[in-house]
Design a binder for this molecule. Structure first.
Ligand SMILES: *Cc1c(COP(=O)(O)O)cnc(C)c1O
Length: 309
């Protein structure tokens, strides 16, 4: 297996108006950039985060990618699907002990080499020397950090801004006020901030609690890119912890899906939209405000979750 000469697959995500009663009441307009629609398998923000890593791997003469994630990882899922589609090898280092979640079954079916690190082994992923044995085992595979994070991941997301600008006239919008999206590591948000250069603010709804270091991660990426750490705001949307799901959240998702016809999952997109409702109800945005909500995908991951089939 080897990399194709170029990835000329640059999927375009549709930008569509979102109809919800609480938005209409507040006079706030929201358009959704539907990254969950770009492909049945390579869904969400993860393809964009992988773009620059794939280019680097090809440059390095690698024959594939090795990366890490959990047993429901949207990142590993998109990576395995891309490897199968474009014909490069993939290996995944998984958190915890062997289990066959729907995601893991897909990874194996799509040809990813799966290794389980346990919990302690996974925690060691930032330690120096972590990669050495894996690079000995897979010398042809290029390592990509968890979730496709870091500056290369952010740079791959910059193109989303152009995708939105190209579609504004179709909505009858001359411009928009800002972006609203779910953040796990903040990498996608950092890419939007880099591309906007302060033209429009980017609001990040944190799917993880404060102590996950998202603010520091975003600052580090922007600093590495020589950009000032401004043009964005992070808000807590975690509702007590990553992957913590409560009945009001699930009821909100069900109601939103019913009204808008757009499917959400409870870890990222559902929490981000609920945080937006809270902001709108707190009158954070004046009547006439136009926001772009990024649907970052993740629908594959909800198959393994109880209460959110
Ligand atoms: C990975 C993921 C995110 C988080 O993206 P970051 O770039 O890490 O902030 C948000 N939503 C979904 C559905 C994801 O899979």
């Amino acid at each position: 297996m080897s990399f194709p000469d170029s990835f000329d697959w640059l999927p375009q995500a549709p930008l569509q108006p979102m109809t919800l009663d609480w938005l209409a009441q507040a006079g706030v307009e929201v358009a959704v950039l539907r990254l969950e629609q770009i492909d049945p398998l390579i869904s969400g923000n993860k393809w964009f985060k992988l773009l620059e890593y794939l280019a680097a791997a090809r440059q390095a003469g690698a024959s594939g990618i090795i990366s890490l994630g959990g047993a429901h990882s949207n990142h590993l899922h998109a990576l395995a699907a891309a490897g199968q589609r474009f014909g490069f090898a993939t290996a995944g280092l998984l958190r915890g002990h062997p289990q066959d979640t729907p995601t893991v079954l897909d990874l194996k079916r799509m040809g990813m080499h799966v290794h389980w690190l346990g919990y302690g082994g996974y925690r060691a992923r930032h330690e120096p020397g972590f990669w050495a044995p894996w690079q000995t085992r897979y010398p042809q595979l290029y390592p990509v950090p968890e979730g496709g994070g870091g500056l290369p991941g952010a740079r791959g997301c910059r193109g989303l801004v152009a995708q939105v600008r190209q579609q504004l006239s179709g909505l009858g919008w001359a411009d928009y006020h800002g972006w609203w999206l779910a953040c796990g590591t903040g990498t996608t948000l950092a890419g939007l901030v880099l591309a906007e250069h302060g033209a429009h603010p980017v609001y990040g709804a944190l799917a993880v609690p404060d102590d996950h270091g998202v603010a520091q991660n975003v600052e580090r990426i922007l600093c590495e890119a020589g950009h000032t750490a401004s043009g964005y705001e992070l808000l807590d949307a975690s509702r007590g912890g990553f992957a913590k799901v409560d009945p009001p959240l699930l009821a909100f998702i069900e109601a939103s899906e019913g009204q808008s016809g757009i499917a959400l999952e409870p870890l990222y997109t559902g929490k981000a939209l609920l945080a937006l409702r809270e902001a709108v109800e707190a009158r954070r945005f004046a009547r006439g405000t136009r926001l772009v909500f990024v649907h970052t995908g993740g629908l594959q991951g909800r198959r393994g979750m109880t209460g959110a089939a």
